[in-house]
Write a protein that binds this ligand. Structure first.
Ligand SMILES: C[S@@+](CC[C@H](N)C(=O)[O-])C[C@H]1O[C@@H](n2cnc3c(N)ncnc32)[C@H](O)[C@@H]1O
Length: 249
C-alpha cells in the first residue's frame, strides 16, 4: 500500500502551516530551480503534475496558457485544498491517484511536460514510477522533478548535529549506500521517505528510456540570504536534487 501521510490530520495541519507561514524552502530554493528546468513557454502544452499537492504549479501552468493541466495526488486533503484554490475559469483536472498506479485516463492521453515536485521520495519503487511517467510522455516531452537530496535523506533523523551552544556543527551523512525506507519524524512519527543514491536517481531516468538533460542542487545566492538569513545553512549541504530528462522524438 502506498503511504498517504498527507491525509493524516496532524501531519496535514503541520504541512499546511509550513507552506502558509511565509516562504518555505520550497519557494526560496526548490521552485526557482524547478522553474529553470521548464520549457521557456508553457503555452499550448499538455501538462501533468505528479504529486500536485495544493495545486500551485497546476494553476501556474494554467495561467501560463497550458492547453491541458492535470494534477494527480494520493491525498484527498491536499486535493480538496487544490480544488478550493482553483478558480472556475481554470479547467484543471485534479485526480486522486497514487503515483504507484499512475495511468492515462484515456488510451491516447499523453503530456508534453510532466512535473513532479518533492513527491517521488515517498515512492518505494522508483524505476516503476518513472516507467509509468515515461509512458505518459509524448515524443519530445520533458520531465522535471525534484526529490529531497540523498545527502539529506541518508540519515533518518534529518537533523543537524549541534554543538554545546546549540549551533549547527555538521550535517551527518551515514548509510548513504544503504538505499531504502527511512522512518523519520516530520510533524508526526513514522513518515517514510525512500533514500536512494544519486546514481540510482540518474540510472532510473535512463532505465525509463529518457535522455538526461540536467541535474541541479540549488544553492541560495547572497541576495537570497540577505532576504532570508535562515537560508545560509543551505550553502553547507544541499536539500534538494532536481533532474530534467526528455523523451526522445
Ligand atoms: C511535499 S508535497 C509537494 C506538493 C507539491 N508538489 C508542491 O510542490 O507544492 C508532496 C505531495 O506528494 C503527494 N504524494 C506523496 N506520495 C504520493 C504517492 N505515492 N502518490 C501520489 N501522490 C503522492 C503528497 O500527498 C503531497 O501532496
Amino acid at each position: 500500500m502506498p503511504q498517504n501521510v498527507y491525509d493524516d490530520p496532524q501531519f496535514f495541519e503541520g504541512y499546511r502551516r509550513l507552506r502558509e507561514d511565509g516562504p518555505a524552502l520550497n519557494e526560496a530554493l526548490e521552485q526557482p530551480a524547478l522553474d529553470s528546468l521548464l520549457p521557456t513557454s508553457l503555452a499550448g502544452l499538455r501538462v501533468l503534475d505528479v504529486g500536485c499537492g495544493f495545486g500551485g504549479f497546476a494553476r501556474h501552468a494554467c495561467a501560463a496558457g497550458a492547453a491541458q493541466v492535470v494534477g494527480v495526488d494520493i491525498s484527498s486533503r491536499m486535493l480538496e485544498v487544490a480544488r478550493a484554490r482553483t478558480p472556475v475559469r481554470m479547467p484543471i483536472q485534479y485526480r486522486r491517484q497514487a503515483i504507484e498506479a499512475l495511468e492515462a485516463e484515456e488510451d491516447d492521453e499523453v503530456f508534453d511536460l510532466v512535473v513532479s515536485s518533492l513527491a517521488l521520495h515517498y515512492v518505494a519503487d522508483y524505476p516503476a514510477a518513472l516507467a509509468r511517467i515515461a509512458a505518459l510522455m509524448a515524443p519530445g516531452a520533458r520531465l522535471a522533478f525534484s526529490v529531497e537530496h540523498p545527502i539529506a535523506t541518508a540519515v533518518a533523523a534529518q537533523q543537524w548535529h549541534r554543538d554545546a551552544a546549540g549551533r549547527e556543527s555538521h550535517w551527518p551523512v551515514d548509510g548513504y549506500q544503504h538505499e531504502g525506507p527511512r522512518h523519520t519524524h516530520w510533524f508526526i512519527d513514522g513518515v517514510i521517505k525512500h533514500h536512494r543514491t544519486v546514481q540510482t536517481l540518474l540510472d532510473g531516468v535512463a532505465g525509463a528510456g529518457l535522455r538526461f538533460a540536467r541535474l541541479l542542487e540549488p544553492v541560495p545566492s547572497d541576495d537570497d540570504i540577505a532576504r532570508l538569513p535562515w537560508l545560509a545553512s543551505q550553502r553547507r549541504r544541499p536539500s534538494f536534487l532536481l533532474i530534467a530528462a526528455d523523451k526522445l522524438r
